[in-house]
Design a protein around this ligand. Structure first.
Ligand SMILES: [Fe+2]
Length: 398
């Protein structure tokens, strides 16, 4: 077994204030704070910069990361590192910001261009010390050793993965998620939810990743509806951020599965947010995956069912009739994970039909062709899903 994670994890409200001391502990200084215009406008970057300045760490700021970043973002970030003489990097933002910072930190020491390192374990030297501070809960990028960038010619998503992409430390402060809009909060958390499920069912699952995945599923399932019902519920945000941190640790080590293979083409072709894209195909995919891991699917269904029951009486939209796992006490068959995922999405108010999100039925065969190309995640799935199986999942989700 192997388990990788940053050497230090700080978790809790107000932990952002611990970044300067943590940076010193790592022996790092002159950090470039990498972020995006949205996080900068929320004032979070300004606050962090002031703390770093006061601590004598001579920080700089680059807020040029965009959604779905491409290779030029990483190269521009590297140029800012060089121009400012920076010797460490702080990624402050969501998955896109963290991915750009990861690649820029290794470009700064290895030279070359992002495209030189597309693939697995192709980065020869450690990067600049990287500290991640997520402002969303769900992507898990803060604890993983890979980054996704868009290659421009031909345009497609590429991964840069390997030990040297792993951040030295991650600071998860649930208060930083307060300014995230409702939709992004939902899609990001659903990504974390699916990470936990896929990591638990993965071929590469281990007792380490199982431990985190088992914790993550009920935490996210319970906390997300509470956060959406009351955006200022900090206790629920603590649970959601913690659940997503756990799911990130599980996914970073066990990797994702077929649900991600099915979700990627929906994002690439229609711009459907990653977490939502996964959620749209999750239930139908799980029906096909279940025969490969029936006991684990039954365990997930129980974990999710308990969370759904605990939501009774909240503003999530669930009530005693709809949230109770139907007929569990007299049900001869084990509870079904696919049905409970559908019920969970329904409780969140998520329309889970592909047609509702602009995916026409005529495109489904091409989507299945595209999904079938994502071998690493398909090969990490406990059943062999061929192209026709993937098409059947899309059709069942249409
Ligand atoms: Fe994901």
């Amino acid at each position: 077994m192997r388990f990788r994670s940053p050497s230090t994890l700080l978790f809790g409200r107000g932990r952002l204030a611990g970044v300067p001391a943590l940076l010193r502990e790592l022996g790092a200084e002159r950090p470039l704070v990498v972020t995006d215009p949205g996080v900068a406008a929320a004032g979070i970057a300004e606050h962090l910069l002031a703390d770093l300045q006061t601590s004598g760490l001579q920080p700089g700021l680059w807020d040029g990361v965009a959604a779905d970043p491409d290779e030029t973002h990483a190269e521009r970030c590297r140029q800012h590192i060089a121009a400012g003489g920076h010797r460490s990097v702080i990624a402050l933002g969501g998955g896109s910001v963290i991915d750009v910072a990861k690649v820029a930190a290794v470009l700064a020491t290895n030279g070359g261009r992002s495209s030189d390192y597309f693939g697995f374990d192709r980065v020869p030297l450690p990067g600049l010390p990287l500290l991640t501070v997520p402002t969303t809960a769900g992507s898990g990028a803060e604890v993983s050793s890979h980054a996704v960038l868009v290659q421009l010619d031909p345009r497609k998503k590429e991964v840069v993965a390997g030990l040297h992409l792993l951040p030295r430390a991650a600071v998860v402060d649930p208060e930083l998620t307060l300014t995230l809009p409702r939709a992004e909060t939902t899609w990001s958390a659903l990504d974390g939810f699916i990470h936990a499920i896929e990591a638990f069912l993965a071929v590469r699952a281990s007792p380490f990743t199982d431990t985190f995945a088992r914790q993550a599923v009920p935490l996210i399932a319970r906390a997300l509806p509470q956060v959406l019902a009351d955006r200022s519920d900090l206790a629920a945000r603590d649970e959601l951020s913690l659940g997503c941190l756990y799911s990130g640790l599980a996914m970073a080590n066990a990797n994702a599965g077929a649900i991600h293979a099915l979700g990627y083409p929906l994002t690439a072709r229609y711009g459907i947010p990653h977490g939502l894209a996964n959620a749209l195909v999750a239930a139908a995919a799980l029906e096909r995956i279940e025969p490969g891991r029936p006991e684990r699917c039954a365990e997930l269904a129980v974990l999710l069912g308990e969370s759904l029951m605990s939501l009774r009486g909240t503003q999530s939209g669930l009530n005693a009739t709809t949230c109770h796992p139907e007929g569990e006490s007299c049900e001869p068959r084990p509870p079904q994970i696919a049905e409970r995922v559908r019920r969970f999405l329904s409780a969140l108010g998520v329309d889970d039909r592909l047609s509702s999100w602009g995916v026409p039925a005529k495109d489904l065969p091409e989507l299945a062709d595209a999904a079938h190309c994502f071998r690493p995640v398909l090969d990490n799935t406990p059943v062999d899903l061929n192209r026709d199986d993937l098409l059947a999942v899309y059709r069942a989700s249409a």
